[in-house]
Design a protein around this ligand. Structure first.
Ligand SMILES: [Cu+2]
Length: 124
């Protein structure tokens, strides 16, 4: 019985443990879609939102209400006007804890919302 508390402390202190606890949610951006187009998240559960631009053109992940309601991880770069730019062939990671709600998502680059580059974030 005496050994149990120290084992628990070791587990909590190990960086690997902390990383495993955070779910990575990948969203692919391409011309002209988000995959998945409906992103389902759990309220209050921290995530790494991994935005992968697989295309030749620049895209962005614009969800102002979503980012305003979420809690961004400490040290996280500011997200300008609720929009994260993801240049061609690059990956941007955003660490945050989402808040319950239903939020619209789109790419604000010229005409791309009209071309179908939009989606939804559902946080339950
Ligand atoms: Cu786009």
């Amino acid at each position: 019985m005496r050994i149990l508390p120290s084992l628990v402390l070791v587990a909590l202190a190990a960086p690997a443990f902390a990383q495993d606890a955070v779910r990575t949610v990948e969203v692919d951006l391409a011309s002209f879609s988000f995959t998945p187009s409906t992103i389902e998240l759990r309220a209050g559960a921290p995530i790494v939102l991994k935005l992968v631009n697989t295309g030749r053109g620049g895209h962005n992940f614009s969800a102002p209400e979503f980012f305003a309601a979420a809690r961004l991880a400490p040290g996280q770069a500011a997200i300008a006007e609720g929009t994260v730019e993801v240049p061609s062939r690059q990956t941007i990671e955003v660490r945050l804890t989402p808040a319950r709600g239903q939020y619209s998502l789109r790419c604000t680059h010229t005409l791309q919302t009209a071309f179908g580059m939009r989606g939804e974030i559902v946080v339950r």
